[in-house]
Design a protein around this ligand. Structure first.
Ligand code: IPE
Ligand code: IPE
Ligand code: MG
Length: 228
């Protein structure tokens, strides 16, 4: 049977800290191994035919972590931007979803550089969610809808979200053992299939993506209707 590849896959990159702790290493080392997975997993998703890959890399709540850890995480986009040529060459379009007003200047500039450099690519969209929180996104959407005084229906709010140009999430994957959404793509995942796994993100590999997609292929997506 032909495999059905989800148009939009979202992954919550969780478990970096525990991965490091289990090895007697500093949390930051888990983040280092973790962020290096972004590129190979993106390339593999693109190869499979995924249209949008959203990765939850820093939440609006992650500012509550120790200063040093936050500082390290703010440097991840700077490191990513050093590999900009590879994203260009591989035809990946990088987009960023999240607040930009609280980011350090160098983080913001690094994102801008990657987004600008890949905007004419035509392949998969890699949507990096950074200082992202669904509740913040929704509250901003409601504010704007109120200001513009437009009529609201079930779809209006989607048109104001960071993800307005993307298809809704088909498959949401969370490594790291937790079974919650942690303020991620709440509306966009209204009918997403959820896939939780114990493995930590730094150990996530191509096979894990295959397994999640395989599992997704056995789901019966009814959208409230009836399917025999
Ligand atoms: C995910 O790993 C990365 C971020 C949230 C930035 P964690 O740092 O949450 O790792 P655990 O959950 O503590 O193991
Ligand atoms: C969710 O992970 C955020 C990211 C992976 C970026 P957290 O580790 O912050 O979530 P909680 O605290 O376990 O819910
Ligand atoms: Mg975590």
């Amino acid at each position: 049977m032909e495999k059905n590849i989800p148009n939009h896959i979202a992954i919550i990159l969780d478990g970096n800290g525990r991965w490091a702790k289990e090895r007697g290493r500093a949390r930051i080392e888990g983040h280092t191994v973790g962020y290096k997975k972004i590129e190979p997993i993106s390339l593999y998703a693109q190869k499979l035919g995924v249209k949008v890959l959203s990765l939850y890399c820093f939440s609006t709540e992650n500012w509550n972590r120790p200063e040093l850890e936050v500082k390290f995480l703010m440097s991840v986009p700077v490191e990513m931007s050093k590999n900009i040529q590879r994203y260009i060459k591989n035809n990946i379009i990088v987009k960023v979803s999240g607040r930009s007003d609280r980011l350090p200047k160098r983080t913001k500039e690094a994102f801008q550089k990657i987004v600008d450099a890949t905007k004419d690519n035509t392949g998969m969209i890699l949507n990096i969610c950074f200082d992202y929180g669904s509740l913040y996104d929704i509250s901003q959407a409601i504010k704007r809808i109120k200001e513009e005084d437009i009529e609201i229906n079930e779809n209006t709010i989607y048109e104001y979200l960071y993800t307005k140009d993307f298809p809704k999430v088909d498959l949401l994957i969370r490594p790291g053992g937790e079974k919650r959404l942690s303020n991620y793509l709440l509306l966009e995942s209204a009918y997403a299939e959820l896939y939780f796994m114990d493995k930590y993100w730094p150990d996530f590999n191509e096979d894990d993506l295959d397994k999640a997609i395989e599992d997704y292929n056995h789901r019966n997506r009814r959208y409230g209707g009836i399917k025999e």
